[in-house]
Design a protein around this ligand. Sequence first.
Ligand SMILES: *Cc1c(COP(=O)(O)O)cnc(C)c1O
Length: 497
Amino acid sequence: MSFFSTRGGACATTSQAILWGLAKDGGLFVPSMFPKIPLDRLALLEGKSYQEQAARVLRDYMEDYSIAEIEEAVNAAYSADAWDDPAIAPVRRLTEDSFVLELFHGPTLAFKDIALKLLPHTIRQAAQKNDEQREVSILVATSGDTGKAALEGFKDVPGTSCSVFYPYGGVSRVQELQMVTTGGDNTHVIGVKGNFDDAQTGVKKLFGSEAFHQKMNAQGKLPSSANSINFGRLAPQIVYYFTTYTDLVSRNLIRMGQEINFVVPTGNFGDILAGYYAKRMGLPIRRLICASNRNNVLTDFFETGTYYTHRTFFKTMSPSMDILVSSNLERLLYEYADRDPAVVKGWMQQLKECGSFSIGAQRLEEIRKTFWADYADDTMTAEEIRRVHERYSYVMDPHTAVASRALQNYRLKTGDRAPAVILATASPYKFSEDVLASLLGKEAVAGMDAFACAEKLQEISGVPIPKQVSQLGQLPIRHKTVCEVEGMEEALLGELK
Ligand SMILES: *Cc1c(COP(=O)(O)O)cnc(C)c1O
């Protein structure tokens, strides 16, 4: 197995793709082929633990890792103490033919934990394989969620450190507390007096600065990134499509070989792309339903074949999907361009210069055999949270509700009643104000803070408040550094000393 760049310029081993993150020509690393897991092999996964299934699914992609290394990484990432459900990604039954895959039982209550708990281990191993003696120093700019997931993933992993920049005063109180109370000797959190774009631009500048690389090198550090275009973040997400399928089979809810649908709340297109990779590996998936919020650039793309980014950006109650340029789409385009990097490069060039590109009617028709897309604005999302709770006594977070709504529409418009799995990407307790307001009305929550809303939500749902939320108020603040936008490098170097 080797890795190609979607733009044609590079070839790498798996460990290099994970260590480098992005190809040098600006493209994304894609596997040279999709290893197959045919049904007879799939049947062997039935009844196995999440960790065992993960090791099996990842093995064929991670050719320059030994089986022992993969098992070590997987067992460390998915150890019982970090997850509040032994199944790691449990599947709940909502109706006869609808299921919810709960991906929020990790340390930060969102699905990014699944990948960010594993990545630090595969990065550390990749550094060893490539004779990288320096400490791998992860830099992250966050609008709230990714920062905490990265901190929890890299916390106390030997040979690594993790530094997060967040917009000071620009994240929710819960998000800020989650970050600044993080433990571990290798974690750093810096508030930037600016907005998220300032923080992100600042981090990008650091990556592009030769002087910064030299200073880091002098400290024995290699700067690296943990954002979602790293193949090391994508691969762990393929796993739960398999574990969901084998789980449904072993509970006799589907037959081995029966096609099912997955509905995915989508932002950067990483999660749903992992589902596409699972399908290419042979998992019986009929349709992947791409659910967006009001920032519905992907809905339009799957409708028209034109990706168009010159549009208004909306802030919604599903903020992790507030995104107009879905980076991982490039990997899908590469497949539908018959793996011709010149074609992908052309589209990316047009996107950069004109803010849009079109893939043509024939390719669109092909894509639509597998993908279907829909969106829900905040009003529809709130309605769906209420509807699902009234009917099934199940409380969804806003991201999950967007997907649930898309499934309703999909079934209405297509008549396809294949069993469907909704990916639940965050715990409702992460968004307790919006969830409670959806259930009871805005007036009912006026003046209540996130903790009061969580208490009330516990009463209504009967699901206990996760300790990550309830203990947040009592944890000591460990990170207090705040800097100006111009002072990010200095603040970081000071922290890392
Ligand atoms: C990141 C995130 C998403 C979007 O996932 P992508 O892989 O970026 O498409 C959806 N929901 C939640 C809660 C997230 O944190």
